[in-house]
Design a protein around this ligand. Structure first.
Ligand SMILES: [Zn+2]
Length: 368
């Protein structure tokens, strides 16, 4: 537990996600909740030690993934999240709970703890933005999407602290199985415009706004590489198999984690591939309407001119060097060695089709 601004605390030690506490004169506002019941109780004890008997006013969930929401039941406070988080969590029934329990098959103690699992869904939801002005604090909730359709960030304008949820990853590969990559790039741009002094990512150590640059570079790179292959007529499988080989060496990967990182990268590629395919279909259906070119597309199209496909089918990109140096700037912090102490997830290879329900478990099977 550490105080990152007066009355603003984080705990980065729990499994599932980083959690935050914002103390106000009237009570406490919590950001995300630890997924393991004993850890959620411990978090509550810490909160009481620091803030005494102040009530918990709200729990905010930055997205609907289980790593962020499973502990909601321990705080006896209304949960706030995006409209679409509520929609996604509507499907968290008995089946979902059983699969959560099953995913801890190597940890019977946690399975026993989860016997009382009860899903607490948001009761207050919003679409684009919500401000909470309470007890001398301003807490701004902003919908950014990207990582999931429901992803929000929490901005404290006075303290210049940003709780980025899973929008910012800087010490591990971003989880993209439910992502919209274009929206994610916009989200990172929005974050940079806020000029935060401290960023609390959903996972991993605290960071600063500089961490958004290599992530943007990576997402842009994947998008460009996927698009080049689509234009060359590659199938989804061909795109994934050629591109995974190209991307894996960019990450520091512990050999026994290689399968995991490959699977994460493949999920990202498939997701981006689908994004472009869906976009192309929509365009075909709507041929009469002139396509509006977003600034982002222009930026990418320009750089794409330098890309070629070699005889062997490997895509060479003149921006490789630029990308690699951007990545080298942060050392190899953006590595693939995810903190996966939950054991293997049975669903992890099931990434050929978009199955949002599986993805909910998948992501947090790797502690998203
Ligand atoms: Zn997430």
């Amino acid at each position: 537990m550490q105080e990152i601004a007066p009355g603003v605390y984080v705990n980065l030690d729990f499994r599932g996600c980083n959690v935050g506490l914002i103390e106000t004169d009237d009570g406490n506002i919590l950001i995300d909740t630890p997924m393991i019941p004993s850890e959620s109780r411990r978090w509550l004890e810490y909160i009481r030690q620091i803030t005494g008997n102040k009530p918990i006013l709200y729990v905010i969930n930055t997205d609907h993934h289980r790593g962020h929401v499973l502990g909601n039941q321990y705080y006896d406070a209304p949960v706030i999240a995006h409209d679409l988080a509520w929609k996604n969590m509507r499907g968290y029934g008995a089946n979902f709970c059983q699969r959560v329990v099953d995913s801890f098959k190597r940890e019977p103690k946690i399975q026993a703890e989860l016997a009382d699992l009860r899903i607490v869904r948001p009761t207050i939801t919003f679409d684009t933005r919500m401000d909470i002005d309470h007890g001398g604090r301003t807490v701004r909730l902003i919908h950014v999407g990207g990582h999931t359709e429901a992803t929000i960030v929490i901005w404290l304008p006075e303290e210049k602290v940003l709780f980025a949820g899973d929008t910012v990853w800087w010490d591990q590969h971003p989880y993209m199985a439910q992502a919209n990559s274009k929206q994610w790039l916009d989200a990172l741009r929005q974050i940079r415009k806020l000029h935060p002094q401290i960023i609390v990512p959903g996972h991993g150590p605290l960071t600063t706004v500089e961490a958004t640059e290599p992530l943007s570079a990576y997402i842009r790179y994947v998008r460009r590489q996927v698009r080049i292959r689509i234009r060359r007529g590659y199938s989804k499988q061909e795109t994934a198999s050629s591109l995974v080989k190209q991307l894996v060496p960019m990450f520091t990967v512990n050999p026994d984690r290689r399968g995991k990182i490959e699977s994460q990268i493949k999920q990202a590629i498939n997701r981006v591939y689908n994004e472009y395919k869906k976009g192309a279909e929509a365009e075909e259906q709507d041929e009469d309407q002139e396509k509006e070119i977003a600034p982002d597309e222009v930026e990418e199209s320009e750089t794409e001119a330098g890309s070629t496909v070699s005889e062997a089918g490997a895509v060479e990109d003149s921006d490789d060097a630029e990308y690699r140096s951007a990545l080298a700037d942060v050392g190899s912090r953006l590595d693939g060695d995810v903190d996966d102490d939950e054991g293997d997830n049975d669903d992890e290879d099931d990434d050929e089709e978009d199955d949002d329900d599986l993805d909910d478990l998948d992501e947090d099977g790797i502690d998203e």
